[in-house]
Design a protein around this ligand. Structure first.
Ligand code: MN
Length: 291
Protein backbone atom coordinates (compact mmCIF):
# COMPACT_ATOMS: atom_id res chain seq x y z
CA UNK A 1 0.00 0.00 0.00
CA UNK A 2 1.27 3.43 -0.87
CA UNK A 3 -0.12 6.87 -0.16
CA UNK A 4 -2.83 8.27 -2.38
CA UNK A 5 -1.39 11.76 -2.83
CA UNK A 6 -3.48 14.92 -3.14
CA UNK A 7 -3.56 16.26 -6.71
CA UNK A 8 -5.04 19.61 -5.72
CA UNK A 9 -7.03 21.40 -3.06
CA UNK A 10 -9.99 23.06 -4.69
CA UNK A 11 -11.96 26.01 -3.34
CA UNK A 12 -15.66 26.25 -4.17
CA UNK A 13 -16.46 27.96 -7.48
CA UNK A 14 -18.79 31.00 -7.31
CA UNK A 15 -22.32 29.87 -6.42
CA UNK A 16 -25.45 30.04 -8.56
CA UNK A 17 -29.11 29.38 -7.81
CA UNK A 18 -30.92 26.20 -8.87
CA UNK A 19 -34.55 27.23 -8.82
CA UNK A 20 -34.94 29.54 -5.85
CA UNK A 21 -34.18 26.89 -3.23
CA UNK A 22 -30.59 25.79 -3.77
CA UNK A 23 -27.54 28.03 -3.83
CA UNK A 24 -24.87 25.73 -5.16
CA UNK A 25 -21.19 25.59 -5.98
CA UNK A 26 -20.84 23.33 -9.01
CA UNK A 27 -17.60 21.41 -8.48
CA UNK A 28 -18.28 18.65 -11.06
CA UNK A 29 -18.11 19.34 -13.98
CA UNK A 30 -17.82 23.10 -13.34
CA UNK A 31 -14.25 23.08 -12.08
CA UNK A 32 -11.65 22.52 -14.81
CA UNK A 33 -9.92 19.78 -12.81
CA UNK A 34 -13.16 17.86 -12.28
CA UNK A 35 -14.68 16.94 -15.65
CA UNK A 36 -17.27 14.16 -15.87
CA UNK A 37 -14.66 11.82 -17.36
CA UNK A 38 -12.06 12.61 -14.69
CA UNK A 39 -14.50 12.12 -11.80
CA UNK A 40 -16.63 9.22 -13.13
CA UNK A 41 -18.84 7.69 -11.81
CA UNK A 42 -19.47 11.05 -10.06
CA UNK A 43 -20.57 13.13 -13.06
CA UNK A 44 -22.16 16.08 -11.28
CA UNK A 45 -21.63 17.56 -7.84
CA UNK A 46 -23.53 20.61 -6.64
CA UNK A 47 -22.66 21.74 -3.14
CA UNK A 48 -25.05 24.00 -1.28
CA UNK A 49 -22.63 25.36 1.32
CA UNK A 50 -24.27 26.39 4.57
CA UNK A 51 -26.59 29.38 4.24
CA UNK A 52 -29.52 30.73 6.15
CA UNK A 53 -32.85 30.94 4.36
CA UNK A 54 -35.30 33.45 5.84
CA UNK A 55 -38.81 32.15 6.60
CA UNK A 56 -41.15 31.85 3.59
CA UNK A 57 -44.73 30.55 3.49
CA UNK A 58 -44.48 29.06 -0.03
CA UNK A 59 -41.50 26.69 -0.12
CA UNK A 60 -38.52 27.49 -2.31
CA UNK A 61 -37.22 24.82 -4.64
CA UNK A 62 -37.08 23.37 -8.13
CA UNK A 63 -40.21 22.47 -10.09
CA UNK A 64 -40.89 19.38 -12.20
CA UNK A 65 -37.97 18.33 -14.40
CA UNK A 66 -36.79 15.07 -15.98
CA UNK A 67 -33.73 12.85 -15.61
CA UNK A 68 -32.51 9.82 -17.57
CA UNK A 69 -29.39 7.68 -17.55
CA UNK A 70 -28.01 8.08 -14.01
CA UNK A 71 -28.83 8.35 -10.29
CA UNK A 72 -29.32 11.48 -8.20
CA UNK A 73 -28.10 11.37 -4.62
CA UNK A 74 -28.96 14.09 -2.12
CA UNK A 75 -27.11 14.28 1.20
CA UNK A 76 -28.70 16.63 3.73
CA UNK A 77 -26.45 18.22 6.36
CA UNK A 78 -28.78 21.06 7.42
CA UNK A 79 -32.41 21.74 6.59
CA UNK A 80 -35.12 19.57 5.03
CA UNK A 81 -36.20 18.85 1.45
CA UNK A 82 -39.43 17.30 0.21
CA UNK A 83 -39.23 15.14 -2.91
CA UNK A 84 -41.91 13.79 -5.28
CA UNK A 85 -41.36 11.83 -8.48
CA UNK A 86 -43.37 10.32 -11.33
CA UNK A 87 -42.47 6.77 -10.24
CA UNK A 88 -44.77 7.44 -7.27
CA UNK A 89 -42.03 7.92 -4.72
CA UNK A 90 -41.94 10.79 -2.29
CA UNK A 91 -40.27 11.59 0.96
CA UNK A 92 -38.66 14.12 3.20
CA UNK A 93 -34.90 14.24 3.46
CA UNK A 94 -33.99 15.50 6.92
CA UNK A 95 -30.70 16.42 8.51
CA UNK A 96 -28.31 13.49 8.28
CA UNK A 97 -30.41 11.58 5.74
CA UNK A 98 -29.69 10.61 2.14
CA UNK A 99 -32.01 10.11 -0.79
CA UNK A 100 -30.77 7.89 -3.59
CA UNK A 101 -32.98 8.10 -6.68
CA UNK A 102 -32.22 5.89 -9.65
CA UNK A 103 -33.64 7.83 -12.59
CA UNK A 104 -32.37 5.22 -15.11
CA UNK A 105 -35.08 4.92 -17.85
CA UNK A 106 -36.59 8.23 -16.81
CA UNK A 107 -38.44 10.08 -14.10
CA UNK A 108 -39.91 13.50 -13.55
CA UNK A 109 -39.30 14.90 -10.11
CA UNK A 110 -39.49 18.07 -8.04
CA UNK A 111 -37.54 19.16 -5.01
CA UNK A 112 -38.74 21.83 -2.56
CA UNK A 113 -37.86 22.89 0.94
CA UNK A 114 -40.08 21.00 3.34
CA UNK A 115 -43.13 23.07 4.32
CA UNK A 116 -42.42 23.51 8.02
CA UNK A 117 -38.71 24.19 7.44
CA UNK A 118 -39.68 26.82 4.90
CA UNK A 119 -42.10 28.49 7.34
CA UNK A 120 -39.46 28.67 10.05
CA UNK A 121 -36.42 29.29 7.85
CA UNK A 122 -32.96 28.35 9.00
CA UNK A 123 -29.65 26.82 8.08
CA UNK A 124 -29.52 24.83 4.87
CA UNK A 125 -26.63 22.71 3.61
CA UNK A 126 -26.75 19.84 1.10
CA UNK A 127 -24.74 17.93 -1.48
CA UNK A 128 -26.36 16.73 -4.67
CA UNK A 129 -24.53 14.18 -6.76
CA UNK A 130 -25.23 12.51 -10.05
CA UNK A 131 -23.82 9.00 -10.15
CA UNK A 132 -23.51 7.64 -13.67
CA UNK A 133 -24.91 4.28 -14.75
CA UNK A 134 -23.16 1.85 -17.08
CA UNK A 135 -24.70 1.63 -20.59
CA UNK A 136 -26.40 -1.70 -19.77
CA UNK A 137 -28.34 -0.14 -16.86
CA UNK A 138 -29.19 3.31 -18.25
CA UNK A 139 -32.69 2.22 -19.30
CA UNK A 140 -33.46 0.05 -16.29
CA UNK A 141 -36.52 0.61 -14.08
CA UNK A 142 -36.38 3.70 -11.83
CA UNK A 143 -36.06 3.10 -8.12
CA UNK A 144 -35.79 5.00 -4.88
CA UNK A 145 -33.81 4.42 -1.71
CA UNK A 146 -34.64 6.54 1.31
CA UNK A 147 -31.61 6.17 3.57
CA UNK A 148 -32.27 7.48 7.02
CA UNK A 149 -29.31 8.36 9.18
CA UNK A 150 -30.07 5.54 11.63
CA UNK A 151 -29.76 2.96 8.78
CA UNK A 152 -26.25 3.98 7.82
CA UNK A 153 -23.22 1.91 8.70
CA UNK A 154 -21.22 3.25 11.62
CA UNK A 155 -17.57 2.51 12.35
CA UNK A 156 -16.38 3.84 15.69
CA UNK A 157 -12.86 5.22 15.47
CA UNK A 158 -12.17 4.83 19.16
CA UNK A 159 -12.79 7.00 22.17
CA UNK A 160 -12.52 10.69 21.40
CA UNK A 161 -12.00 10.17 17.65
CA UNK A 162 -15.53 10.15 16.32
CA UNK A 163 -16.86 7.74 13.68
CA UNK A 164 -17.25 7.07 9.99
CA UNK A 165 -20.82 6.92 8.73
CA UNK A 166 -21.10 4.69 5.66
CA UNK A 167 -23.77 5.47 3.05
CA UNK A 168 -22.46 3.21 0.27
CA UNK A 169 -19.52 0.84 -0.06
CA UNK A 170 -17.31 -0.22 2.81
CA UNK A 171 -15.19 1.33 5.52
CA UNK A 172 -13.02 -1.22 7.32
CA UNK A 173 -15.58 -3.87 8.31
CA UNK A 174 -18.70 -1.74 7.97
CA UNK A 175 -20.94 -1.66 4.89
CA UNK A 176 -23.31 1.10 3.82
CA UNK A 177 -26.99 0.36 3.05
CA UNK A 178 -27.19 1.89 -0.46
CA UNK A 179 -27.29 -0.54 -3.35
CA UNK A 180 -25.21 0.64 -6.31
CA UNK A 181 -24.74 -0.50 -9.91
CA UNK A 182 -20.96 -0.10 -9.93
CA UNK A 183 -18.50 0.08 -7.01
CA UNK A 184 -19.16 3.34 -5.13
CA UNK A 185 -17.88 4.36 -1.69
CA UNK A 186 -19.69 7.25 -0.03
CA UNK A 187 -19.16 8.09 3.62
CA UNK A 188 -18.97 10.89 6.17
CA UNK A 189 -16.01 11.05 8.52
CA UNK A 190 -17.47 12.71 11.61
CA UNK A 191 -14.36 13.45 13.62
CA UNK A 192 -14.04 15.00 17.03
CA UNK A 193 -11.09 17.26 17.79
CA UNK A 194 -8.00 15.04 17.84
CA UNK A 195 -9.72 12.35 15.78
CA UNK A 196 -8.04 10.53 12.92
CA UNK A 197 -9.29 8.12 10.26
CA UNK A 198 -7.42 6.14 7.61
CA UNK A 199 -8.95 5.30 4.26
CA UNK A 200 -7.95 2.86 1.55
CA UNK A 201 -9.38 2.66 -1.96
CA UNK A 202 -7.94 1.26 -5.19
CA UNK A 203 -5.54 3.57 -7.06
CA UNK A 204 -7.77 3.59 -10.15
CA UNK A 205 -10.86 4.84 -8.27
CA UNK A 206 -11.67 8.54 -8.63
CA UNK A 207 -11.52 9.93 -5.12
CA UNK A 208 -12.27 13.21 -3.35
CA UNK A 209 -12.88 14.52 0.14
CA UNK A 210 -15.10 17.57 0.80
CA UNK A 211 -14.80 19.35 4.14
CA UNK A 212 -18.41 20.05 5.08
CA UNK A 213 -17.76 21.35 8.58
CA UNK A 214 -14.69 22.54 10.44
CA UNK A 215 -11.31 21.92 8.89
CA UNK A 216 -9.14 18.87 8.44
CA UNK A 217 -5.61 17.76 7.81
CA UNK A 218 -5.68 15.41 4.86
CA UNK A 219 -2.36 13.63 4.40
CA UNK A 220 -1.09 16.40 6.66
CA UNK A 221 -2.30 19.22 4.40
CA UNK A 222 -4.79 21.72 5.74
CA UNK A 223 -8.15 21.65 3.94
CA UNK A 224 -10.64 24.31 4.99
CA UNK A 225 -14.42 24.39 5.20
CA UNK A 226 -16.08 23.91 1.77
CA UNK A 227 -12.81 22.88 0.09
CA UNK A 228 -12.19 19.63 -1.74
CA UNK A 229 -9.06 17.50 -1.67
CA UNK A 230 -8.87 15.79 -5.07
CA UNK A 231 -6.66 12.71 -5.09
CA UNK A 232 -4.34 11.41 -7.79
CA UNK A 233 -5.06 8.06 -9.41
CA UNK A 234 -2.12 6.43 -7.71
CA UNK A 235 -1.62 4.87 -4.29
CA UNK A 236 -4.37 3.63 -2.01
CA UNK A 237 -4.28 5.12 1.45
CA UNK A 238 -4.84 8.56 2.93
CA UNK A 239 -5.54 9.97 6.36
CA UNK A 240 -7.95 12.58 7.63
CA UNK A 241 -7.20 14.22 10.98
CA UNK A 242 -9.13 16.91 12.79
CA UNK A 243 -7.86 19.44 15.29
CA UNK A 244 -11.42 20.70 15.74
CA UNK A 245 -14.76 18.94 15.24
CA UNK A 246 -15.10 18.23 11.53
CA UNK A 247 -17.30 16.48 8.98
CA UNK A 248 -15.66 15.30 5.76
CA UNK A 249 -17.56 13.68 2.88
CA UNK A 250 -15.43 11.02 1.20
CA UNK A 251 -16.29 9.76 -2.29
CA UNK A 252 -14.40 7.05 -4.15
CA UNK A 253 -15.72 5.12 -7.14
CA UNK A 254 -14.62 2.89 -9.96
CA UNK A 255 -14.64 4.91 -13.19
CA UNK A 256 -17.17 3.83 -15.82
CA UNK A 257 -15.03 3.80 -18.93
CA UNK A 258 -17.71 4.45 -21.54
CA UNK A 259 -18.40 7.49 -23.74
CA UNK A 260 -20.44 10.26 -22.09
CA UNK A 261 -23.04 12.25 -24.01
CA UNK A 262 -24.66 14.78 -21.70
CA UNK A 263 -27.29 17.40 -22.31
CA UNK A 264 -29.11 19.14 -19.45
CA UNK A 265 -30.87 16.51 -17.34
CA UNK A 266 -29.90 13.53 -19.54
CA UNK A 267 -26.60 11.65 -19.49
CA UNK A 268 -26.27 8.92 -22.09
CA UNK A 269 -23.49 7.37 -24.20
CA UNK A 270 -24.34 8.80 -27.64
CA UNK A 271 -26.01 11.82 -29.20
CA UNK A 272 -28.70 9.57 -30.71
CA UNK A 273 -29.62 8.37 -27.23
CA UNK A 274 -30.00 11.99 -26.08
CA UNK A 275 -32.42 12.67 -28.92
CA UNK A 276 -34.31 9.50 -27.98
CA UNK A 277 -34.49 10.73 -24.37
CA UNK A 278 -36.20 13.98 -25.48
CA UNK A 279 -38.61 12.03 -27.71
CA UNK A 280 -39.54 9.60 -24.96
CA UNK A 281 -40.02 12.41 -22.44
CA UNK A 282 -42.22 14.35 -24.88
CA UNK A 283 -44.31 11.22 -25.50
CA UNK A 284 -44.99 11.03 -21.77
CA UNK A 285 -42.95 7.88 -21.20
CA UNK A 286 -41.45 9.32 -18.02
CA UNK A 287 -44.90 9.37 -16.43
CA UNK A 288 -46.84 12.29 -15.02
CA UNK A 289 -46.16 14.63 -12.12
CA UNK A 290 -48.21 17.68 -11.16
CA UNK A 291 -46.31 20.85 -10.38
MN1 MN B 1 -33.30 16.81 -10.24
Amino acid sequence: MTTKAIESIISPPAPHMVGDGFRVHNFIPGHHRMSMERMSPFIMMDYNSRINFPPKETPRGVGVHPHRGFETVTIAYKGKVAHHDSAGNSGIISEGDVQWMTAAYGVLHKEYHEQEFSRQGGEFQMVQLWVNLPAKDKLSTPKYQAIENSKMGRFELGEGHGFVEVIAGTYQTVKGPASTFTPVNMMNAKLTSGGKAEFSFPASYNTLALVVEGQALINGEKVGTDQIALFKNEGETFTIEANQDAIVLVLSGEPIKEPIAAYGPFVMNTREELIQAFEDMNKGKFGVLED
